[in-house]
Design a protein. Structure first.
Length: 345
């Protein structure tokens, strides 16, 4: 396993991070524990979750993922060997079952963290992230920005001040953002410098062969400011494995169960997926491992967040770290991207 510093902190995290949003929905507790056991045995010390998990978010299951993780930590006493990351939910009508509609002010952030700590059965988290911005901006597949300052909501300064208090109290070691824009990241960094408060250490945004928008504005910030990418959806909801080509819907797969997750399965995306899958097979590579290996190779990456529903999938995903793509394959990937850039942002 390779390890990287988490931003400018002293924390070292595995280059592969275990994503857990299937725990409590597609995976029961015993399956979740088996995944964590395997990941830990393979050198993964970084687990990522969120108060809203599992996916899809529902009042009946909200928080179950953290509970499964907390029970695993309590069972084996490995808390000090795990870098534990969770997230506070951002605002949205579809989140009304969490605190009547979550906000990123001090009261909501404190309540969110308190609930997470209870479910995780710990008194601190190593990385506390904001799941998405308070303000209306372009994330979750939206590329164009429409300036709507009247809908900014809680100011970033107020949010950062609330997070700073949690760091001072020892409940949070480091802080990060997710689904954030270049302006937002720089706003957090400027405010931290001005106020002398905690500096964000990571950006958890989508990044995969179908969505490389992170490179446009955030990659330079990640490297110059040492705020690395925690890449989520590196397999584009599993689409880049090729298992959904030609209309296939494997039993138990996410898109078979939850058809509303269409971000990476629109008609114009499939021909591009097919090109990547054919490229991998032409070189006798597992398409999923090729897609993950590309993400693993990026210089702005801190950790690649992999998710799985079976131990076989998890094994394949972990093995991607051992695959170093030759220059020839990288060049072919870049040519496909040049012809078909960011088809599923």
């Amino acid at each position: 396993m390779q390890y990287n510093p988490l931003g400018t902190s002293s924390i070292q995290v595995s280059r592969i991070c275990l994503g857990t949003m299937t725990f409590g929905e597609q995976n029961d507790e015993s399956q979740a524990h088996a995944q964590m056991d395997m990941a830990f045995e393979r050198g993964v010390n970084f687990f990522d979750t969120a108060e809203m998990y599992p996916i899809p978010p529902r009042a009946e299951t909200q928080g179950r993922t953290e509970t499964h993780i907390g029970n695993w930590l309590a069972r084996n006493g490995r808390r000090d060997q795990i870098v534990l990351a969770t997230k506070a939910t951002g605002p949205g009508d579809w989140m009304a079952h969490i605190r009547g509609g979550p906000r990123l002010n001090e009261r909501h952030i404190r309540e969110a963290l308190h609930g997470s700590l209870q479910r995780l059965r710990t008194d601190y988290v190593d990385l506390y992230q904001l799941h998405w911005p308070e303000r209306r901006t372009n994330f979750f597949g939206r590329l164009g920005y429409e300036h709507q300052p009247e809908q900014d909501g809680v100011p970033i300064e107020e949010t950062l001040t609330a997070l700073a208090k949690l760091v001072e109290e020892g409940k949070v070691r480091t802080i990060g953002v997710s689904n954030e824009t270049p302006w937002g990241v720089m706003a957090y960094l400027r405010l931290a410098e001005r106020q002398g408060g905690p500096r964000i250490v990571s950006i958890q945004n989508p990044y995969n062969l179908l969505n490389r928008t992170f490179e446009i504005g955030l990659a330079e910030i990640a490297q110059r400011e040492k705020v690395g990418l925690l890449a989520y959806s590196p397999l584009a909801f599993g689409v880049l494995s090729g298992k959904y080509l030609d209309g296939k819907r494997p039993e138990g797969a996410r898109l078979s169960l939850f058809s509303g997750y269409s971000r990476y399965s629109k008609p114009h995306v499939e021909p591009v997926v097919r090109r990547y899958v054919e490229l991998a097979r032409r070189h006798e590579l597992n398409p999923a491992q090729m897609a993950l290996a590309y993400v693993n190779s990026r210089p702005f990456l801190t950790a690649n967040i992999i998710g799985a529903t079976t131990l076989e999938q998890l094994t394949d995903n972990l093995d991607s770290l051992e695959l170093e793509l030759p220059a020839e394959i990288i060049a072919e990937i870049e040519e496909i991207h040049r012809q078909c850039p960011n088809v599923a942002p």
